[in-house]
Design a protein around this ligand. Structure first.
Ligand code: GLA
Length: 401
């Protein structure tokens, strides 16, 4: 997360004039700097993170930028978003007091920057008051970690402005603490790891037990492929019951099978597990165990044969999420099926599920055809129009100006 951009500092600042000017207009003085963090696509490894297993996400070229100014003698936080915000406090900004933050409170989008400020303070870092202007290109609620992009951009800024010395590993855990204990979403470490550790041209292979991370070259273009995202625009929330109930089933399965986490099981253990667990818990366990194995295989196949060889693994992952983990929805299934039928070489829903986006690894020559086929399929089914775009593996969180 400390790697440098190839642009000179002057070029970087020039590229941030829009957000610096918006900050100045909103708060009446200059920001100290601009920081960014990207959204992510999870290539494979879903609901394995909180089971201490493996994930393989990549940071994408859609990002949240924050212009921030520290208010050293103050405990006041003022927040404004280019994508719209409430209007309490001064100048249309939302205003809060760092000494009166309530975990679980109803803060809307402000819970993301406030949550990481709160988590930093809980860990002993004194965070100054601050003013923050947010501008994000990660579509909200698209399953591409729009919330983690905000959190990771903010924590990167606040760490620097507090003068704290924290590793990427610390930032991952603090961001998780903000999500779990302040925002109230019992999520794992997948999203922030991608956003903080991502690098251009690479996916991040992460062992969620010890946070060992390895960058794996992921170059779809070399195989004349594009990674198409199909945002179904079906809203989802990981603060709702579906995510928590999947997590609870995994923990119950691990306890019943006498292992610390499902990560400790392999596909060879499944036959025995089936005898010990009720059908629902067994299928939840089977998803996680087979998904961990698919992540390892994807890393091996990517390394030996490149992106063109991973299609069947993406397909198998989707089937497992649809049938065993039951976190897909009709729109995600249609996105996957219609893209595959039209020529994508592999497709799956990505992220926590219950809505959000699917990904389809698609031959470049068929991209237009696949896009049209998906749009037609959604129209015929009477579903709302999905949003389609391509992504490439991009750099993780950093200071921009
Ligand atoms: C959400 C969570 C992650 C992870 C995924 C599912 O994105 O934030 O921690 O659990 O769902 O893989």
């Amino acid at each position: 997360m400390t790697s440098q951009s190839t642009e000179s500092p002057g070029q970087q600042t020039a590229g941030q004039q829009d957000i610096l000017a918006a900050f100045r207009q909103a708060f009446g003085h200059d920001a100290d700097g601009v920081w960014m963090a990207p959204g992510r696509v999870n290539l494979i490894g879903e609901h394995t993170d909180y089971n201490e297993g493996f994930v393989l996400p990549f940071a994408i070229d859609l990002k949240a930028r924050v212009a921030v100014r520290a208010l050293p003698e103050s405990r006041t936080v003022r927040l404004l978003s280019a994508q719209g915000s409430g209007s309490q406090g001064s100048g249309g900004a939302l205003e809060f007091d760092l000494d009166h933050l309530e975990p679980g409170g109803e803060y809307g989008w402000a819970s993301y920057p406030l949550g990481v400020a709160w988590a930093l303070e809980q860990s002993g870092v004194t965070v100054p008051g601050f003013e923050l202007y947010l501008d994000s290109t990660v579509p909200l609620g698209s399953g591409l970690s729009s919330s983690h992009a905000i959190e990771c951009a903010t924590i990167t800024a606040l760490t620097e402005l507090s003068g704290a010395s924290l590793t990427a590993q610390d930032l991952v855990l603090l961001t998780q603490r903000g999500e779990n204990d302040f925002v109230g979403a019992p999520t794992g470490i997948l999203d922030q790891s991608a956003s903080l550790r991502g690098e251009r041209g690479h996916a991040v292979f992460l062992d969620c037990r010890d946070q060992h991370a390895e960058l794996i070259p992921f170059d779809a273009e070399a195989d004349d492929l594009v990674m198409l995202v199909i945002d179904t625009r079906v809203a989802h929330s990981h603060s709702d019951g579906g995510y928590a109930s999947r997590r609870a089933a995994c923990e119950a399965g691990a306890a019943a099978l006498g292992v610390p986490a499902l990560r400790d099981l392999g596909p060879e253990d499944l036959a025995g597990a089936e005898d010990l667990l009720d059908d629902l818990t067994f299928r939840r366990v089977r998803h996680v165990v087979t998904e961990d194995a698919r992540v390892l295989e994807t890393v091996a196949v990517l390394t030996s044969d490149g992106a063109k060889a991973i299609g069947p693994l993406l397909d198998a992952s989707h089937v497992s999420m649809r049938d065993d983990f039951e976190i897909s929805c009709p729109e995600l299934d249609l996105a996957v099926d219609s893209a595959r039928t039209a020529g994508a070489i592999g497709a799956r829903m990505t992220g926590g599920g219950f809505g959000g986006s699917a990904i389809a690894l698609t031959p470049r020559a068929l991209e237009d055809h696949v896009r049209q086929a998906v749009l037609d399929a959604f129209a015929s089914a009477g579903f709302g129009e999905p949003r389609l775009f391509t992504v490439t593996p991009a750099e993780g969180a950093r200071r921009l100006a």
